[in-house]
Write a protein that binds this ligand. Structure first.
Ligand SMILES: O=P(O)(O)OC[C@H]1O[C@H](O)[C@H](O)[C@@H](O)[C@@H]1O
Length: 527
């Protein structure tokens, strides 16, 4: 089936996307889908009816719908860890029963949500001025991305996010925090992550150093209640979640607490409602009209069909500036694997390299390569029809014009004749030709656009859940376990072993020449 996709891609080599629009006046509507008021337009790609048919056949053969229903029903689809995958239960506000090992998980989920809301209200009504979320990966990227995205709704205490074990991170944050009125939220699913535990200890010593008792200054978000308790955080300030919530899928539950404190429980609920609405669309819409499924097959087409190994996520929404980083974990930690579910080598590329920055900033930086580089980078634009700052309408009109112009430019390009005409008044003869060639844009570069009315809490929920399900569908098609992350383990083990060598307590003689040299250099310059 992969060869079929490649064959379809080869047969379309050199065909202009623009011609597809000329041939089919209804192309834009045909190759678009709407869900929950959002429009996903994938018509500026090489996808045509035959390609879409094959992509959906690939999805059906992979049993996307059956796997989806298994996920929602609490089946242990994370087979390498023997776990269910139920982040959707965290936003199941209608409390439809969801069973794991014969137990409905919903009473526990809703009870924790109610406790979080109670604490959020208490803190928002207290003298706490600053909340510092200490966490990394899935315990940082989601709430950080979401808190920034919802800045217009941020009426609670200031929120800071410390993740890096580089002491510069916490040092910079603590500089602006008054010790008397700062609350630390230790966010760690395992409560063993070295970066987080190191930063948490530093926070505690800092408070003590400022003469403030750490008592009542810490909250824990974790699935390891025992470890959180050992750390001395009282049970009333510990918010647990189960192992069926993957770290990179966890911002909907306790890990979202900092964001809830920032924007308030009502807005956090609106975010959950957005996620729930996307779940319901994903579960009910036929694949042809299913936004996450279509986003996924467009990704499969570009990566496994056309052979483009990266994709750029380009939000024309400044407050989604952390979305690319969030999606890097969501997509690359989920689908960056080399073996299929049964442990055999994947006979095709796994998920793409995901990267990006907000427009218009990226335009003035790396879009050069996107437009004229030798590699094709499929681009995914996101934009709100309305900006978050309605009184600055002129800004938003420019933003929209830029976003639409980029996808048009990527598709149309500029021919040599057009380039010549641009510089004909300045050069002539061979020089005109040479100068013109530098100004040619090959065009025919694929992009998609997700446009929504405006970025608000509910829409953020829709967008995040859309991408989660996209990752799920791509993972099912690729026959990958999207819910483990063994690839992060080796580095952690080696870092633990290298620690004593960095400190000079253990010999590095058994290490390779490069590692020995780096250690020696560091030790020479450390003091
Ligand atoms: O929440 P924690 O247990 O501290 O884990 C934080 C992060 O670290 C791990 O290494 C994983 O790669 C991530 O998936 C996880 O989100």
């Amino acid at each position: 089936m992969w060869n079929d996709l490649k064959g379809l891609a080869e047969a379309r080599d050199g065909r202009r996307i623009e011609t597809l629009f000329a041939e089919d006046p209804a192309r834009a509507e045909t190759f678009s889908v709407t869900a929950e008021g959002m429009l996903f337009d994938y018509s500026k790609t090489q996808i045509d009816a035959e390609v879409m048919d094959s992509l959906l056949t690939v999805a059906r053969r992979a049993e996307v719908e059956r796997r989806r229903d298994m996920m929602f029903a609490g089946a242990k689809i994370n087979e390498t860890e023997g776990r269910a995958v139920l982040h959707t239960a965290l936003r199941n506000l209608e409390a439809r029963p969801v069973e794991v090992d014969g137990q409905d998980v919903m009473p526990g989920v809703l009870d924790t949500l109610a406790r979080m809301e109670e604490l959020a209200r208490e803190i928002r009504g207290s003298d706490i001025t600053d909340v510092v979320n200490i966490g990394i990966g899935g315990s940082d990227l989601g709430p950080k991305m979401g808190t920034l995205a919802l800045a217009p709704w941020h009426d609670g205490p200031r929120c800071h996010f410390v993740s890096n074990v580089d002491g510069a991170d916490i040092a910079d944050v603590l500089k602006s925090c008054p010790a008397q009125t700062t609350l630390f939220v230790i966010a760690s699913k395992t409560f063993t992550t070295i970066e987080t535990m190191t930063n948490a200890r530093t926070a505690r010593s800092w408070l003590e150093g400022q003469g403030v008792s750490p008592e009542g200054r810490f909250v824990a978000l974790s699935s390891n209640l025992a470890k959180a308790g050992e750390w001395g955080i009282p049970a009333s300030r510990v918010f647990g979640f189960e192992d069926w919530v993957g770290g990179r899928y966890s911002m909907w539950g306790p890990i979202g607490l900092s964001m809830m404190i920032a924007v308030g429980p009502e807005n956090f609920r609106a975010f959950l409602e957005g996620g729930e609405a996307m779940d319901s669309h994903f579960r009910r819409a036929p694949l042809e009209e299913n936004m996450p499924a279509l986003l996924a097959v467009v990704g499969i087409w570009h990566n496994q069909g056309m052979g483009h190994g990266t994709r750029a996520v380009l939000p024309y929404e400044n407050r989604l500036s952390r979305l690319p980083a969030y999606l890097q974990q969501l997509e690359m930690e989920s689908n960056g694997k080399s073996v299929a579910m049964d442990g055999t080598d994947l006979p095709y590329n796994s998920g793409p390299v995901v990267w990006g920055e907000p427009g218009t900033n990226g335009q003035h930086a790396f879009y050069q390569l996107i437009h004229q580089g030798t590699r094709v980078v499929p681009c995914e634009f996101l934009v709100g029809a309305r900006g978050q700052e309605p009184h600055l309408r002129a800004h938003h009109e420019l933003l929209l014009a830029n976003c639409f112009a980029q996808s048009e430019a990527l598709m149309r390009g500029r021919s040599l004749d057009e380039a010549r005409a641009k510089v004909a008044d300045k050069f002539e003869g061979d020089e005109l030709d040479r100068q013109a060639r530098h100004r040619v844009f090959p065009g025919n570069r694929p992009s998609t656009t997700l446009i929504y009315p405006a970025l608000d809490p509910r829409t953020l929920g829709l967008i995040v859940a859309l991408y989660e399900h996209r990752v799920f569908v791509e993972g099912v098609i690729l026959n990958i376990n999207s819910y483990d992350q063994w690839g992060v383990e080796l580095g952690k083990e080696l870092a633990t072993a290298l620690g004593p060598m960095v400190e000079g307590r253990e010999s590095a003689a058994a290490k390779d020449g490069s590692t020995r040299q780096l250690l020696a250099y560091a030790q020479q310059h450390m003091t």
